[in-house]
Design a binder for this molecule. Sequence first.
Ligand code: UD1
Ligand code: CA
Length: 459
Amino acid sequence: MDLNVVILAAGKGTRMKSRLPKVLQPLAKKPLLAHVLSTSIQLNAHKVIVVYGHGGDRVKTEIARHFPAAPIHWVEQSEQLGTGHAVQQALDLLETNTRTLILYGDVPLISEATLSRFLNEVQPGECGVITVKMDDPTGYGRIVRDHSGVVREIVEEKDAGKEIRKIEEVNTGIMLADSIDLQQWVPTIENKNAQGEYYLTDLVRISNDHEVPVIGCRVKDPIEVEGVNDKRQLAKLERMLQKHLADRLLVAGATLADPERIDIRGDVEVGQDCFIDVNTIFEGTNRLGDNVQIGPNCLIQNSVIGSNSVIKANTVLENVVVGEACDIGPYARLRPGTQLADQVKIGNFVETKNIRMDEGSKANHLTYLGDSVIGKAVNIGAGTITCNYDGANKHQTVIGDQAFIGSNCSLVAPVNIGAGATVGAGSTISKEAKEHALTVTRAKQITVDNWTRPIKEPK
Ligand code: UD1
Ligand code: CA
């Protein structure tokens, strides 16, 4: 049977105390809802429906940015009258002869593996709910099973008496049923409860009334079903997720100076014997070769770092390709479009943007290199700047192999520095510097004898 997925994401999230809709709150820099959508897409669902409400347009645009290719069906729930009411808004969109899996936009880390298991354990014609045992079940709906283990009822905390509150098995919110059953049963849900809401959880009782058994599938890892309602829960889940991601890196063979002081907001792939010092943040998709050493406090985004390269403390890499055996930092900032071949050295306070630098070239100190193509074994002196921007347009600087640029030069683009050229310190180069020649543009040094410095005038 094909699968439809309905994601409930209309809640206001009052407890977040934020202008940002709850389902857009970031977990590992990705909106909560985007985590759930990624998982839904992995399930090959025939149709994915998101019930949105609060902050609707913002939710749609933000999510579209994360999933440009995915066909997501949006249904509005203009008034948030409860989870049952939310599902009701999607009923018309459900396809015939399908099952519907209901996920929550604020339960972001449910895994594809757990959901696949759930889809296998619950047969068509049955109803299912994912549950978890919690040491502290406060706030969650409690699972009431009969002697045979069938789930009879879910009772919300606010409607529960003392005995029911003692139950530690809780509702994760994730449910599965035949679409046709949902279409018949959901409209019959009432709102006679402590919160005056239409509870989706009433479906369990209704299903039992129709003699359709409700299977409770328990998950072990609470991280998968942790709901996020306020900033404290968001912070807690972020730490749980980071711990899990750090653990994955350790399993892959990386050495982490402290697994609790690394943040991964995306994917990191590591080769053998990589070392990552404390407080480094990885964002987007990053790939490290073998024996890559990363110093403390680096920010690494969407970059590839070749084997045996060293990235020293406080370096920022953003959409960069670093070759093998490079030596970068400390305090370097490599911006988008930077491509370094092998054995390149970029030292402290060097900024690069949209450049190619070939094997063995160096810019060791205090330099800006933008829109440049730099050959092999080039030496860029301290304080050298490519003047790539004329106030309106960007222009290219081309530097040939083995050129030597002295300290504190301005290379006014568009400009070529020939192979093997030497540019004297303090030169402003606005015309081609000939290959294998020395070019110097600074004024000649003069000496004025007995020079008296200006003195302060009396007030
Ligand atoms: C819900 C469950 C509870 C379960 C818990 C797990 C019900 C009645 N209760 O409680 O049993 O233990 O989740 O996290 O289902 N939403 C809408 N429209 C609405 C109301 C909610 O789209 O009108 C969405 C929210 O955006 C959220 C999800 O549904 O993604 C859950 O709503 P929330 O109000 O957080 O329910 P809980 O009180 O946490
Ligand atoms: Ca919730």
